[in-house]
Design a protein around this ligand. Sequence first.
Ligand SMILES: *Cc1c(COP(=O)(O)O)cnc(C)c1O
Length: 233
Amino acid sequence: MNNTIKENWLETEERIKKANPDGKDITVVAVTKTHSTQVIENALALGFSEIGENKAQEFVEKYDRMEGQKENINWHMIGHLQRNKVKYVVGKTKLIQSLDSMRLAKEIEKRGAAEGITVDTLLQVNVAREEAKYGIFMEDVISFLKNIETFKSLKIRGLMTMAPFYQDPEETRECFKKLKNMFEELKKEEYNNVSMDYLSMGMSNDFEVAVEEGSNMLRLGRTLFGERPKSKK
Ligand SMILES: *Cc1c(COP(=O)(O)O)cnc(C)c1O
């Protein structure tokens, strides 16, 4: 098992390097959703520290079970977060990558203040305006950032997107290009509570295109751990 993951990673790493000839810094978040904590242990043994989960309850269970590895893990919440689950998640993550509404922002702000901490997030952008996906439309990003300026306990550290699924990953290029442009434009601005550090785009089926278009954070599941078990959601 561990060996398969290792082989998968070596192969994936090779592909990332090819797409990134300048050797820019790219953080890989290992997406372990649906997998056991043993898989997380295996990922840590391979040198991963960034672990991504997409469901609050599953995340909290794994967080508790991985207590002994606390120092070695940075957790990323990457899936849609309901407001009533925010209290279980805040204070446990390096990044909540799925900030997808102002109502959620306000809830995170409230919980962060209650715990006396600052919560780092990425603004999830629905670049392709897909109905089935969460995220802010591109034209609403700036007003969103302006609204965050008065917050005390929430920071936006960059942008995240999920490209539409295409058989041919080349089709995702336009989407990644658009978000990269926006990321660079926003970098020049100075909004309170906003710093454009992370551009999280690229998953197993499209990470090479994402890297070519300037992603600095990949969220990889299947290419590392194989197909996910179907029974558990
Ligand atoms: C599951 C998931 C991923 C990883 O997807 P793979 O295709 O397994 O690489 C990345 N981002 C989000 C938001 C996800 O839910």
